[in-house]
Design a protein around this ligand. Structure first.
Ligand code: GSH
Length: 255
């Protein structure tokens, strides 16, 4: 027997990828919400010891001993490797390779920076980044053993503050997203889902990516004529029970 504990937040896009993988896999899991909006709990020392980057999600897999898995793309691959539950992996080696490529393409879209750039209130999202920087710098002094993690966290939020208002950078991120969407569009031309008739791990991550791009207002891409296959694919994915079970919420964080 094993147990799974996910540290996550309802509105975090990286957490959604993992929740959707768990619901599609159909295995039991427990969750603990880490408040990355008000309290910045991802920076609390006990959590940074678990996840040295001080970010969510983190998965703990216990079966006598405990394995800690970080980074949503690694976590969903780990979930797919669990023998119990539904299979999220295609049968052939060739399809497995396509799956890996599709996961990498989705994972490489920097949804975080697009989210900071397009938040309806620049002031509110700036407040969150400033709270992270201040808490990181404060805790770096209190916890010399974790200083490296805290300094890296402060630098990450500083970078987000700069890049989200850097029009050239945002254009580059959007161009990369457009190219990845174009690849997925082609992939769907002869299939119901990305790898065929089965909803696989690549569909898990792409469903969440499309949902976040929808929230971010990339209407032409998600609801327009730019990507007709992706448009109907997204509706199919949204109609799955897992979509609501995993709380793929199209909501902005508010503070
Ligand atoms: N590549 C990582 C990114 C993790 C990440 O940046 N998580 C965000 C939420 S989606 C977070 O914890 N932000 C809080 C912070 O940066 O302090 C993943 O996919 O898990």
């Amino acid at each position: 027997m094993y147990s799974l504990m996910l540290y996550h937040h309802p509105l975090s896009v990286c957490s959604m990828k993992v929740r959707l993988a768990l619901e599609e896999k159909g295995i039991a899991w427990s969750g603990r919400v880490i408040d990355i909006i008000q309290e910045q709990e991802q920076l609390d020392p006990w959590y940074v010891k678990l996840n040295p980057k001080g970010v969510i999600p983190t998965l703990e897999f216990s079966n006598g001993s405990t394995k800690v898995v970080t980074d949503s793309a690694r976590i969903i691959r780990f979930i797919a490797s669990i023998p119990e539950g539904n299979s999220l992996l295609p049968a052939s080696e060739e399809e497995l390779q396509s799956m890996e490529h599709l996961i990498d393409l989705a994972d490489d879209i920097d949804l975080q920076i697009l989210s900071y750039a397009r938040h309806p209130s620049m002031e509110k999202s700036e407040k969150i980044l400033d709270a992270r920087i201040n808490k990181s710098l404060f805790l770096a002094e209190q916890h010399p053993d974790l200083k490296h993690s805290y300094i890296a966290s402060a630098e990450r939020s500083e970078k987000s503050k700069t890049f989200r208002v850097d029009a050239t950078h945002i254009k580059e991120v959007e161009q990369q997203a457009f190219e990845s969407l174009s690849f997925a569009e082609k992939q769907l031309s002869s299939h119901t889902f990305l790898l065929g008739e089965m909803y696989s791990l690549s569909d898990v991550i792409w469903t969440v990516v499309l949902s976040r791009l929808d929230l971010l207002g990339y209407t032409d891409w998600i609801h327009g004529n730019e990507f007709p296959q992706l448009k109907s694919y997204y509706q199919r994915a949204k109609g799955r029970r897992s979509f609501s079970l995993a709380q793929i919420q199209n909501e902005w964080w508010d503070k």
